[in-house]
Design a protein around this ligand. Structure first.
Ligand SMILES: C[S@@+](CC[C@H](N)C(=O)[O-])C[C@H]1O[C@@H](n2cnc3c(N)ncnc32)[C@H](O)[C@@H]1O
Length: 219
């Protein structure tokens, strides 16, 4: 079993605390390690985690899965961007310079068709709406933004899926987490009809919820 990064001294009133969904993504990459290493043997891949939160997943990737890579992490929450860098520095100081932790909406400031590996544990809880962006750093709504995904919990995730063709490089691959209420079976079918290969890497109970992690790629 690969070591789990230590997340220390973070402000969990403002930043999503690693939970079962985060840990299932670590399991997912342990399963996918051989696939990813083989896929990117002859190149230095660009890896982007959207909504990096505490930074636990990106830190795990750089420590254990893809060490020769360039990482651009994004989060809409500025405190999360600081947390991600702190987690990296705490766990793997010598690799931290390979990670650019940036504040942005999804991948909006990253050039199209450059991301080779995309990772997203999105705000997936169904809610009447996606919360507005808090107006300042001290607003206590940042955690709502980490969790609530509007109708079917899918408003933010569909923004990414509908733009996946532009986000990913030609050889790119995306790992996205869903809960059962997001209807992942139907989502997979819609994406297959659009030409994506969709593979379920994880499908596991988490309390009363079932979480799935799907892999999307074209090649
Ligand atoms: C469920 S949390 C996951 C955090 C972390 N990746 C983990 O797995 O522990 C979702 C994250 O997405 C971020 N987020 C929400 N909407 C976003 C958006 N439009 N663009 C970038 N990040 C966003 C939140 O701030 C939060 O950090």
């Amino acid at each position: 079993m690969l070591p789990t990064p230590i997340v220390k001294d973070l402000d969990f009133d403002k930043v999503y605390e690693p939970s079962e969904d985060s840990f299932y993504l670590l399991d997912c990459f342990e399963i996918e390690k051989d696939f990813l290493v083989k896929k990117f043997t002859n190149q230095v891949p660009i890896i982007t985690e959207i909504g990096t939160g505490s930074g636990i997943i990106t830190t795990f990737l750089i420590q254990n899965i893809l060490q020769d890579a360039i990482y651009i992490t994004t989060d809409i929450n500025p405190t999360a961007c600081v947390s991600a860098k702190a987690t990296l520095l705490h766990n793997c100081k010598k690799k931290a310079h390979l990670v650019d932790s940036t504040q942005m909406d999804l991948t909006s400031s990253i050039r199209n068709k450059t991301i080779d590996v995309l990772v997203f544990n999105p705000p997936y809880v169904p809610a009447s709406e996606v919360p507005n962006l808090p107006t300042n750093d001290t607003d206590n709504k940042w955690l709502d933004l980490a969790l609530l995904g509007g109708e079917d919990g899918m408003i933010i995730t569909w923004k990414v899926l509908n733009n996946l063709e532009n986000i990913l490089s030609d050889e790119g691959v995306a790992y996205i987490l869903f809960c059962a209420r997001n209807k992942p079976v139907q989502v997979a079918e819609i994406m297959r009809q659009k030409g994506w290969e969709v593979t379920t890497i994880i499908n596991k109970k988490a309390g009363w919820e079932v979480l799935s992690i799907l892999r999307f790629n074209k090649h």
